[in-house]
Design a protein around this ligand. Structure first.
Ligand code: HEM
Length: 619
C-alpha cells in the first residue's frame, strides 16, 4: 500500500537576507537556536519554532520511516508567498525557495517531491515560473486561497489554473493572510478559526464564481486542512443556493455537484470529522495531508486515517492511491510496502519533458471556448474560434510592428547601417501577409446563416468588437490615436492602462518620420502648422521616390507601409460586408449605428502622407 503525504512543509537551512536583498522590511529569516532547532523570524518577532526536519532530508526520511510514510510532497509555507510585494521580489523569492526545494528532493532518495510557489499577483510571471518548475521536476504548485482582495474565481487566477491544467501540475490551495485578524489577536485564532474559513471561502468562490465551469476537468486541485469549514457548511450553502436567487452566483450547477472537481486533504485531527469528510466528499477525494513538521501538524503522520473505522479499501485510497492519481504517479502494485518501494522509480523522468502539447499549451487552448447559448448553438463555436484566431494574429502583428518601430528608430540613429531598414521591411512584409489572411478569414464566418447568428446574438450584448483591445492597440501603434475610443475599455482596467500607454508611446508613423528627419530627408519648422507639417512629410516621401537609386531600401519600407494601410482598409471593408450580410443595417451590440458607423472608418489611413506623395508625383 502506498502512503503519500501531499501537505507538509520545509524551510531550507539558510537563505539570503531577503530584507537587505529587496530593501523592504519584514521578510522571514531563520535564526538557528540549537543544532537541530531554529526560529523563523519576521523582523524581530518569532513567527514559528521549527526543528531540523524542516531542512534536513535525513531527519525527514527517519521520521517518514517511523510513520510508515513512503513519499512526501513538500511545499514552502504561505509566509513566503509575498503576493503583496512587488512582483520581481516575489518571483525572485519563489525561485530561491523552489530551487531549494528541489535540492532537498535530490537528497531524499526519491521519496521527497516538491510543489513550487509562484508570484500569483502577476499571472504571466506566475505561469512562467510554474512552467520553469515543472520542467525542473516539481509536481505542481502550492498557492494561497486569495491574492489580496481577489478570490480564486478572479479571471487572472482562473487563467493561471488553466495553465496548471495545461502543464499537468497538481495544485494545493493553502489558506493564508487570514481576514478579521484584529478580532483574533489571541490564542492562535487566525490558525484555528481564520484558516478554515479562508479555505471555505476559496472553494465557495470557485464554485459560485463559475470558475469550475470555466476550468478544464483535468485540473487537479486540492484544498488543505480538509477544505476548512466547507464540508460541514455545505448544507447551508446548498440551502441558500436553492432558496435565495441572490446566493446563486454564476455557476451552472448546484454547489453539491462540484464535489467531484476538487480534492481535500485529511488534516482535520478528529475521527468523526474525517468520517464526515469522506462521506461528504467521497472516498476518492480525500488524501493524506499532515502539515508536518509544524506544531499544528499531525504528530504521527497517517495515524488519524490508520486508526479510523473507515473500511480498509477507503484507508488505502486516503493514504496513497488518491494521491497517486492527484500527482499523476503510476499506481503501485498491491502489497508493495513503504520500505520496499522506491518512489523514485515511480516517476518516469520523461513525464516533465516538453511535448508538442505541453509546448503549445494545446489542452489549455482547447478549453478556452465558452459558448453562451443554452442549448449550445452549433455555430457559436465557429463564431468564438474565428474571433480568437483574429486576436492571436493581432497579437503577432503587435509583436512584429513593435519590432519594426524599434528597427526604424535604430535606422534613424545609425543612417550608415542598412540592416535595420532591411529588417524593418522584412517584418512589414510578414505583417502584410498576416493581414491578407485576416481579410480572407471573414469568408469562413460567412458560412453561418444570418438566422443562426441571430439565434445566439442576444447572448453577446453588450460585448462588441469595439472592445477588442488589441485592434485598438494596433490602430494606436500605427499612429491612429483616438483617445475617445478608450471609453470602451473602462470595464477592463488592464486594457485601459495598456491603451493609455500606447497613446503616449511613439507610433510606427512617428518612428518612420523621425528616421527620415534624422537622415536629413525631412525638415519641419517648429512653428509650422499641422497642414505644413503634413505637406513636409509628404514631400519627404516624394524625395525618396524621386531618387530611387539611392533610396531603394526606404522605398521598400514605404511600399510595405502603403500595402499594409491598403490591406487594413480592405479588412474594414470586408468586415462591413460581413456585418451587412449577417445583420443588415441593424445597430451593433456595442451600441453603434452598425454598418453605417463602420463605413465612416473606411477613410481612416495610418500613413496618409504616403498616399499624398503619389498625388505629388503626378504633379
Ligand atoms: C457576425 C459577425 C460580426 C458582426 C455582426 C459584427 C458587427 C460589428 C459591429 C456592428 C461593429 C460596430 C460596433 C458595435 O456597435 O458593436 C463592429 C465592430 C468591430 N468588429 Fe465586428 N462583427 C462581426 C465579426 C467580427 C470579427 C470576426 C472581428 C474580428 C476581430 C470583428 C472585429 C471588430 C472590431 C475590431 C470592431 C471595431 C471596429 C472599429 O471601431 O473600427 N468583428 N462589429
Amino acid at each position: 500500500m502506498s502512503v503519500i503525504d501531499i501537505h507538509n512543509h520545509f524551510f531550507p537551512h539558510s537563505w539570503p537576507d531577503l530584507a537587505a536583498r529587496y530593501g523592504t522590511p519584514d521578510w522571514p529569516w531563520i535564526k538557528h537556536t540549537e543544532p537541530d532547532k531554529a526560529d523563523v523570524m519576521i523582523g524581530d518577532r518569532v513567527f514559528r519554532h521549527i526543528y531540523s526536519a524542516c531542512w534536513d532530508p535525513q531527519k525527514r526520511l527517519e521520521e517518514m520511516d517511523r510513520d510508515g510514510v513512503e513519499m512526501q510532497v513538500l511545499s514552502a509555507t504561505p509566509v513566503l508567498f509575498a503576493y503583496d510585494r512587488p512582483v520581481e521580489h516575489a518571483l525572485d523569492c519563489a525561485q530561491l525557495f523552489n530551487d531549494a526545494a528541489l535540492e532537498l528532493c535530490v537528497q531524499g532518495q526519491g521519496r521527497l517531491k516538491a510543489l513550487c510557489q509562484v508570484p500569483l499577483q502577476d499571472v504571466d510571471a506566475a505561469c512562467k515560473e510554474l512552467s520553469r518548475c515543472m520542467r525542473a521536476g516539481h509536481l505542481g504548485v502550492q498557492i494561497g486561497n486569495h491574492v489580496g482582495e481577489k478570490n480564486l474565481d478572479d479571471p487572472g487566477i482562473v487563467t493561471f489554473l488553466h495553465h496548471c491544467a495545461g502543464e499537468n501540475a497538481a495544485v494545493l490551495v493553502h489558506p493564508w493572510d487570514m481576514f478579521g485578524q484584529s478580532r483574533m489577536l489571541k490564542y492562535m485564532m487566525p490558525w484555528t478559526v481564520g484558516m478554515p474559513a479562508e479555505t471555505q471561502l476559496g472553494i465557495v468562490a470557485m464554485i459560485l464564481g463559475g470558475a469550475f465551469d470555466k476550468l478544464p476537468r483535468n485540473l487537479r486541485i486540492c484544498f488543505a486542512h480538509g477544505g476548512g469549514s466547507f464540508a460541514f457548511l455545505l448544507g447551508r450553502l446548498q440551502n441558500a443556493w436553492q432558496h435565495q436567487p441572490v446566493a446563486h452566483g454564476l455557476c451552472e450547477l448546484a454547489p453539491r455537484d462540484y464535489l467531484n472537481r476538487f480534492y481535500v486533504d485529511s488534516a482535520v485531527f478528529d475521527p468523526l470529522a474525517l468520517k464526515y469528510l469522506v462521506e461528504t466528499m467521497g472516498a476518492e477525494r480525500v488524501m493524506l495531508g499532515s502539515d508536518y513538521p509544524f506544531p499544528l501538524g499531525e504528530h504521527h503522520v497517517g495515524e488519524l486515517i490508520r486508526s479510523s473505522n473507515l473500511p480498509q479499501p477507503t484507508k488505502s485510497r486516503l493514504l496513497g492511491e488518491n494521491a497517486e492519481e492527484f500527482l499523476k504517479l503510476p499506481r503501485t502494485s498491491p502489497g508493495a510496502s513503504a520500505q520496499t518501494t522506491n518512489p523514485s522509480k515511480q516517476i518516469p523522468p520523461e513525464s516533465h519533458q516538453l511535448t508538442y502539447s505541453s509546448y503549445l499549451r494545446v489542452p489549455e487552448l482547447l478549453q478556452l471556448q465558452y459558448p453562451q447559448s443554452r442549448p449550445e448553438h452549433h455555430d457559436e463555436l465557429l463564431f468564438i474560434i474565428v474571433h480568437q484566431t483574429y486576436e492571436l494574429w493581432f497579437k503577432e502583428l503587435l509583436h512584429d510592428l513593435d519590432a519594426v518601430v524599434a528597427n526604424l528608430r535604430d535606422a534613424g540613429q545609425n543612417p550608415e547601417s542598412r540592416d535595420e531598414v532591411y529588417e524593418g521591411a522584412r517584418l512589414l512584409r510578414r505583417c502584410t501577409e498576416i493581414t491578407r489572411v485576416l481579410v480572407e478569414q471573414f469568408t469562413i464566418l460567412e458560412t453561418m446563416l444570418p438566422t443562426h447568428f441571430l439565434a445566439f446574438r442576444a447572448k453577446l450584448e453588450p460585448a462588441s468588437g469595439f472592445q477588442s483591445e488589441q485592434f485598438r492597440e494596433l490602430e494606436f501603434l500605427c499612429g491612429l490615436k483616438d483617445e475617445k475610443m478608450l471609453r470602451y475599455h473602462r470595464p477592463t482596467p488592464e486594457a485601459y492602462a495598456q491603451l493609455e500607454r500606447r497613446l503616449r508611446e511613439p507610433s510606427l508613423h512617428d518612428a518612420f518620420f523621425q528616421a527620415l528627419r534624422a537622415m536629413g530627408k525631412l525638415q519641419i519648422d517648429n512653428n509650422a502648422s499641422e497642414r505644413d507639417r503634413f505637406d513636409a512629410r509628404a514631400r519627404a516621401v516624394l524625395s525618396l521616390y524621386r531618387d530611387e537609386h539611392s533610396n531603394r531600401d526606404w522605398i521598400d519600407v514605404c511600399e510595405r507601409l502603403t500595402e499594409f494601410d491598403e490591406l487594413v482598409v480592405g479588412w474594414r471593408l470586408r468586415h462591413i460586408q460581413l456585418v451587412e450580410r449577417v445583420i443588415g443595417t441593424r445597430m451593433g451590440t456595442g451600441g453603434s449605428a452598425g454598418s453605417s458607423y463602420l463605413k465612416l472608418t473606411l477613410d481612416k489611413k495610418f500613413f496618409p502622407e504616403l498616399w499624398e506623395a503619389r498625388t505629388l508625383l503626378t504633379e
